[in-house]
Design a protein around this ligand. Sequence first.
Ligand SMILES: Nc1ncnc2c1ncn2[C@@H]1O[C@H](COP(=O)(O)OP(=O)(O)OP(=O)(O)O)[C@@H](O)[C@H]1O
Length: 223
Amino acid sequence: MMQLTLSGLVVGRGRRALTPPLDLRLSAGEALVVTGPNGAGKSTLLRTLAGLLAPLAGAIAIEGATAGDGEAARRPIEASHYLGHRNAMKPGRTAGAELAFWRAFLGRPAFSPDEALAAVGLEGAGALAVGALSAGQQRRAALARLLVSDRPLWLLDEPTTALDSASQARIATLCRERLASGGIVIAATHQPLDLGPARTLALEPPLPVEALVADAGGWDEIG
Ligand SMILES: Nc1ncnc2c1ncn2[C@@H]1O[C@H](COP(=O)(O)OP(=O)(O)OP(=O)(O)O)[C@@H](O)[C@H]1O
């Protein structure tokens, strides 16, 4: 059974910690909703779990998950879908071509691009340029990426941004289906997202902006 374990995990930007040490274990079928005001560190936590930022302290371990190459995953990134604020879909390419790219890149192919688009209510949109879709449609095309490759850990940063209420409900359903099939879903969100009986992690309000300015040592990376 898959398990994701955070042991004394401290995430932050530069040398500035944004969380206390986090100790948490999530098992297959469990969801975690991360809440907190703007700047509290929700994106930083997800990016750290996705392997895009190094932890300031502590460790992240995954057990019992299969990586894209079919071997046991040693790090969460090998078994996860990460959906950030940005959609990571090139506007000049078609939605179908972008999803085909991600399907090949991520391994363990699941739905075809057309099937994944249909599952997010974008039937027939595969031939359209991503940039020709509305903001909500682009978000849905990005969410279709979750379905083209079988990855058990979903790390979702504000997944329902720009989505109408029917689409929000559809995405919540997809998440619950992933949970029912043994996945783990971690979602940072300001909007209620019905994942069923999810656990919650409420991050504390951040430093005031004046303190950030005094503290500014430059960007540690963009994103
Ligand atoms: N690239 C960066 N370099 C340095 N500091 C950053 C960078 N990106 C964000 N930060 C800082 O890290 C802190 C946490 O930001 P983060 O994006 O994790 O918050 P969040 O809870 O996701 O906020 P929001 O609700 O606005 O999405 C903020 O104080 C922010 O200024």
